[in-house]
Design a protein around this ligand. Structure first.
Ligand code: SF4
Ligand code: MG
Length: 266
């Protein structure tokens, strides 16, 4: 296990979670995918579920996530992660099955699979990275691209009349009866990262309790395709994404009460 030690005090300041492999990731410098990976891995370690967790990786920037999580995993076709997770969970209900998906994969190509998995109350957990853009394919407009946001396929800014409104997935999925936990958090600063980890843990606990479908949407950065520095990207999440995608718990099943802080997370 890799450790980082402050040699002056010999104090351990960082330890790689057991649920992460030692592989270097392919993510761009400053991208918050790495933070999300670490949070999920820490939760898996803390819940002591690594030996029975199964990741369903998606297509997009996180396509190689199966290399980074030290759990059993498989790769779904584009948008089909929730459907594949459904099959794996039903065959092996004792396993903890989670997907890791971006907004292009989950909210566009895979929106049908996602909604129907929620409607069926599948006992799976989805970690959803929303960075308001198609990252891997070069920065095209996504279902979560903000109005006026410039992307490679909307060079003059997303036009409401032409392409409609960005989709708020956490709110929409909360409205489905089979969903037991739906929340949105952000990865743009330390305080919000701590809140994000708590939400991820609650989502996994919902599955461990056998309650139903759980999802955490994480507002994430794409400095490469936003053409910003990593710090500018974090500020952009705070100033532009959070106003349209408010943070908070949108559905918390009664059985989960007390495990998460209800309401908004400003
Ligand atoms: Fe992250 Fe964007 Fe690079 Fe993908 S393209 S790894 S989302 S910075
Ligand atoms: Mg994306």
């Amino acid at each position: 296990m890799a450790t980082l030690v402050d040699e002056r005090s010999e104090k351990l300041v960082y330890q790689r979670p057991e649920a992460l492999t030692g592989s270097l990731t392919h993510y761009c410098p400053g991208c918050t995918h790495g933070i999300a990976h670490r949070l999920v891995a820490e939760v898996i370690d803390e819940l002591d579920i690594r030996q029975r967790s199964i990741l369903v990786a998606s297509v997009g920037c996180s396509v190689f996530s199966y290399r980074y999580f030290a759990v059993d995993s498989c790769e779904a076709a584009h948008g089909r992660a929730a459907a594949m997770a459904t099959g794996i969970k039903r065959v092996n209900p004792e396993n903890i099955v989670f997907t890791y998906q971006g907004d292009g994969d989950l909210a566009s190509i895979g929106i049908a699979e996602t909604i129907h998995a929620a409607a069926r109350g599948e006992k799976i957990t989805i970690v959803f990275l929303n960075n308001a853009i198609y990252g891997m394919t070069g920065g095209q407009m996504a279902p979560t691209t903000l109005i006026g946001q410039k992307t490679r396929s909307s060079p003059f800014g997303r036009d409401l009349g032409q392409t409609g409104y960005p989709i708020r997935m956490a709110e929409m999925l909360a409205g489905i009866d089979g969903t037991v936990y739906s929340a949105r958090r952000s990865l743009h600063d330390a305080r919000h990262i701590i809140q994000a980890k708590k939400a991820i843990k609650t989502a996994f606990e919902a599955q461990m309790m056998g309650l139903g479908f759980s999802i955490v949407e994480l507002l994430s950065t794409c400095p490469t395709n936003w053409h910003m520095t990593p710090i500018e990207s974090c500020d952009w999440v705070r100033d532009n994404m959070i106003p349209y995608f408010p943070l908070g718990d949108y559905k918390v099943a009664q059985e989960l009460a007390g495990r998460t802080q209800r309401g908004k997370h400003r």
